[in-house]
Design a protein around this ligand. Structure first.
Ligand code: C2O
Length: 348
C-alpha cells in the first residue's frame, strides 16, 4: 500500500474540531518527488532512548529545547512542530488516498501499519530534534507507563510555563494521578497499589496472553484495494488508545488533543508516549525469543514489508520509507535502555 502527496486533500474531521483544519504537507512538497529512504551510516553513534522518569532534568531540558525550536519554526517548514503534528493528522483522517485506488483512504491505525508507521514517524522526529539541537546522539525519551515508576504523567509536561505543556488535557490527570491503562472515560476507584497491579496485569494480557500471533499483536492485514481499519492489535487498543484517552480533555467532544487522531500530535507528550509504544514492539519480540513463543515474530508478507509512508527528514527532504526498512532498531541506530518488564509475570 502506498500513497502520494499529490493526492493529499482536506481531512475528514470529527464534529467540532479545534483548528487548524488542513493537514497536508506544505505546498512545496508536491514540487519534488520523494527520495527513497536509505539506512543511516552504521558508524553513527547508537542513540539510547531512556525513560523520562530516569533520564534526569538536564536531559528533559534538551527535549524541551527541541520542542521549543520546532515550535519556533515557521509553519511552512516541514520540520516545524506544526507540520510534525500534521503528518500524523494526514495519515489518519483520510487526507491521503491509496495509490491506484483514489476512492479508498490510507489510514495507519487499526491495522498492521500501526507499529511500523509510528516507528518511522519517531525516527524522523528524533533526527530532526537532534539536528535542531546540534546534538547528533540525542534520543527521544520514552514515557514508560508500563512500569510502576513511570505510571504518572511526567511532571515536566504538567508545568504550564514549559513548551512541553498542553492546556488541552484532562485536568484531573496531572501528576500525581496514576494512569489507568484500561481507561475508557470513567475514573476508577482503585487505590494506587490496586491500580499498579491492574496496569501490570493489563500489560501481561496485551503483550503475552492475547498477543501470541503477529496478527493479534500488530493488527489485521490492510492491503491495497481494501477499506481501511480492518482491525487493531492488542497494544494499539490498550494501553495505546487508553493512554491517549486518559491524557486528552474528556470534557471536549473528541477528547482533544491526545484523545483523537487529528489532534494527538499537537501534544508534546505524544512523542514520548509513542517512544514507549515503539519499545513495546521490541519488547514483544524479545519476550518471544527469551521464552520460546514462536508466534512473537513480525509478518513476512510482502504486502506489509513493501508498503511505504512519506516523511520529511532532518534536511527537509521528502522521503519514502518502507516497512521493511524499520524492522531493526539497531540498523536505524537507536536502542532502548533503562527499564525492565515487570509485567512479564503478572499473569492475571
Ligand atoms: Cu497514531 Cu498514538 O496514534
Amino acid at each position: 500500500l502506498h500513497t502520494s502527496v499529490h493526492t493529499c486533500r482536506k481531512p475528514k474531521l470529527p464534529p467540532n474540531p479545534l483548528p487548524p483544519f488542513y493537514c497536508c504537507p506544505p505546498a512545496s512538497a508536491s514540487l519534488s518527488e520523494p527520495i527513497n529512504f536509505t539506512l543511516p551510516d552504521p558508524a553513527e553513534p547508537l542513540r539510547v532512548r531512556r525513560p523520562v522518569h530516569a533520564v534526569g532534568a538536564e536531559y528533559m531540558a534538551k527535549y524541551e529545547r527541541a520542542i521549543a525550536l520546532m515550535k519556533a519554526l515557521p509553519h511552512t517548514d516541514p520540520r516545524s512542530f506544526y507540520q510534525m503534528a500534521n503528518i500524523h493528522c494526514a495519515y489518519c483522517t483520510g487526507s491521503y488516498r491509496q495509490t491506484g485506488n483514489q476512492e479508498l483512504d490510507m489510514q495507519i491505525h487499526f491495522s498492521w501499519f500501526f507499529f511500523p508507521f509510528h516507528r518511522a514517524y519517531l525516527y524522523f522526529f528524533e533526527r530532526i530534534a537532534a539536528k535542531l539541537l546540534g546534538e547528533p546522539d540525542f534520543a527521544l525519551p520514552f514515557w514508560s507507563w508500563d512500569v510502576p515508576d513511570g505510571m504518572r504523567m511526567p511532571p515536566e509536561f504538567a508545568n504550564s510555563s514549559s513548551p512541553l505543556y498542553d492546556p488541552v488535557r484532562n485536568p484531573r490527570h496531572a501528576p500525581p494521578s496514576l494512569v489507568d491503562l484500561g481507561f475508557v472515560g470513567v475514573e476508577s476507584n482503585r487505590t494506587d497499589e490496586q491500580q499498579i497491579q491492574h496496569n501490570l496485569r493489563t500489560m501481561y494480557k496485551q503483550m503475552i496472553g492475547n498477543a501470541a500471533l503477529p496478527s493479534l499483536f500488530h493488527g489485521q492485514p490492510f492491503r491495497a484495494g481494501q477499506s481501511d481499519k480492518p482491525g487493531p492489535g492488542t497494544v494499539e487498543l490498550s494501553p495505546h488508545n487508553t493512554v491517549h484517552t486518559w491524557t486528552g480533555d474528556i470534557a471536549l467532544t473528541n477528547v482533544e488533543n491526545m484523545g483523537t487522531y487529528y489532534s494527538a500530535g499537537r501534544d508534546p507528550l505524544f512523542y514520548p508516549h509513542h517512544s514507549n509504544i515503539d519499545r513495546l514492539w521490541q519488547a514483544w519480540r524479545e519476550v518471544g525469543a527469551a521464552r520460546g513463543y514462536r508466534g512473537h515474530v513480525d509478518f513476512m508478507d510482502h504486502d506489509w514489508l513493501d508498503s511505504s509512508f512519506l516523511f520529511y527528514d532532518e534536511e527537509s527532504r521528502l522521503v519514502r520509507i518502507t516497512v521493511c526498512n524499520v524492522l531493526d532498531t539497531e540498523k536505524l541506530r537507536y536502542k532502548f535502555d533503562g527499564v525492565g518488564m515487570p509485567w512479564v509475570n503478572a499473569r492475571p
